[in-house]
Write a new protein. Structure first.
Ligand SMILES: *Cc1c(COP(=O)(O)O)cnc(C)c1O
Ligand code: SF4
Length: 436
């Protein structure tokens, strides 16, 4: 049931609701005092942004605070360590000077591991001795491009590993203003077959700006695929339906396909509700009719999608609509990770149980996969070797490409939630655990 008048929603131009504007909505008034305080306090530290489509069509307000999309987009008290929350609420309620609040907020943020997996230090490529902070080149075949104007999203996910991009932590943002550096880099790196335009969400950009990035790539013969990482299909399908340049973006997609390249939208779907509205289905239909493919990926997270039925429903709905299940990720070691994280053993159970209940068309999905410093580590299963209980692991992607698709083993640990908590099962496994 919607708490906002439905008539204000349809075809309304995109409008974000953030910490400052939510206070004027009926949604805000309907939340209890405790939830309101938590949103107010936690959003000082973790970025908060949602929109009318999410509020009116995706969140079931009768189920708040347990509703998965409410948990996905609204800050929650448990996302901060209790002592940090207490300190912050103390300062805010005492009317402390802004400078004092900001200093505490900055300290809390830096403790939340804002830049995991060497994004800032190890993946940044160099051209003629100049670092290119808007590019990342971690896996041989694929370059990530972070357009400056695409570094925000229609709604922020509370488990986002890019959250540091949205807040102004000193020296931590990365973004590119210039696409000629991307072109020059690709010309000199023939091993790269894929460009992944990502953010934030590049689909927040106007079509004309997106075209400026994409069109020059179409002349590069060696490039076979262009991907766009996006959550717009889930949180703002109007981008492909009723936004003023929605038709233009579909024409742009058609031009990419006509040029002979694969165009893939790497769609971030966290829950089947995101595939269930008329707008969501219409957006998928239009995107697919342009010749682009949609691949589905997201983390498995407590309070959002931590049971196998949710994944079965999501993959089945997606496949029915023509989307391709791609990755199930493990929640990363950053931000509010403790609020969302699940033991790897549990992630594996959810993945395997869901996998067993879907047809082969949905079994294209890989997971649960950890985007760790050394690469994408997939938890393949559990096994007993000799008298040892182990996780069977495999790199799907690795900084050192020679490590990919070689099974290796870690001692089983029922509590471990990330790769750095695992230990090699034997000496033969050591090489997979060395920092590269
Ligand atoms: C996941 C990822 C990619 C893409 O990997 P695919 O397996 O080709 O989807 C590229 N670069 C980085 C840094 C990634 O984390
Ligand atoms: S869509 Fe992706 S980048 Fe945007 S907030 Fe969600 S996880 Fe972060």
């Amino acid at each position: 049931m919607s708490l906002l008048e439905a008539s204000t929603v349809e075809h309304q131009p995109y409008r974000a609701v953030n910490r400052l504007t939510i206070g004027n909505t009926r949604v805000w008034a309907s939340l209890g005092k405790e939830l309101r305080e938590a949103i107010e306090i936690v959003s000082h530290v973790l970025p908060f942004r949602t929109n009318r489509y999410v509020i009116d069509h995706l969140i079931d307000w009768e189920r708040v605070p347990d509703d998965p999309i409410f948990q996905l987009t609204f800050p929650q008290r448990g996302m901060l360590p209790p002592e940090d929350y207490a300190a912050l609420v103390g300062l805010v309620n005492a009317g402390a000077p802004q400078g004092e609040i900001s200093a505490l907020v900055e300290r809390i943020r830096l403790r939340l591991n804002p830049q995991p997996a060497g994004q800032k230090t190890h993946n940044v490529p160099v051209l003629d001795g100049v670092r290119l902070p808007g590019l990342q080149h971690k896996y041989r075949e694929t370059v990530l491009f972070f357009p400056k104007r695409g570094q925000t999203c229609h709604a922020y996910c509370s488990y986002c590993f890019r959250w540091a991009q949205f807040v102004r932590i000193k020296d931590i943002r990365f973004a590119a203003t210039e696409t000629h550096q991307l072109l020059e880099y690709l010309k000199r790196h023939p091993e790269v077959t894929d460009v992944l335009i990502t953010g934030g969400d590049p689909m927040i950009m106007r079509t004309a700006a997106l075209a400026e990035i994409i069109e020059p790539l179409l002349d590069l013969d060696r490039l076979s695929s262009i991907r766009i990482g996006t959550k717009s299909v889930a949180t703002w399908p109007q981008r492909f339906l009723t936004d003023h340049d929605a038709d233009d973006v579909l024409r742009l997609f058609e031009r990419v396909v006509e040029s002979g390249k694969q165009l893939a939208l790497m769609a971030h779907y966290s829950h089947p509700i995101e595939l269930s509205t008329d707008q969501a289905r219409d957006a998928i239909r239009r995107i697919r009719s342009s010749g682009a493919n949609i691949r589905m990926q997201s983390p498995v997270a407590r309070r959002i999608n931590d049971d196998s039925s949710t994944w079965v429903e999501m993959w089945q709905k997606g496949v029915q609509l023509g989307c391709i299940p791609y990755y199930m990720f493990v929640v990363r070691d950053t931000g509010a990770r403790e609020y969302f994280e699940l033991p790897l053993a549990r992630c594996l159970e959810i993945y395997a149980s869901a996998y067993r209940r879907v047809s082969g068309l949905a079994r294209t999905v890989r997971g649960p996969s950890m985007s760790a410093f050394a690469g994408k580590v997939n938890v393949e299963g559990r096994a007993t070797i000799g008298n040892k209980d182990v996780f069977v692991l495999e790199f799907l992607q690795a900084r050192n490409p020679e490590l990919a698709r070689r099974p290796f083993f870690a001692l089983f640990d029922p509590k471990a939630t990330w790769f750095d908590q695992l230990r090699p099962a034997s000496e033969a496994d050591n090489e997979f655990f060395l920092p590269l």
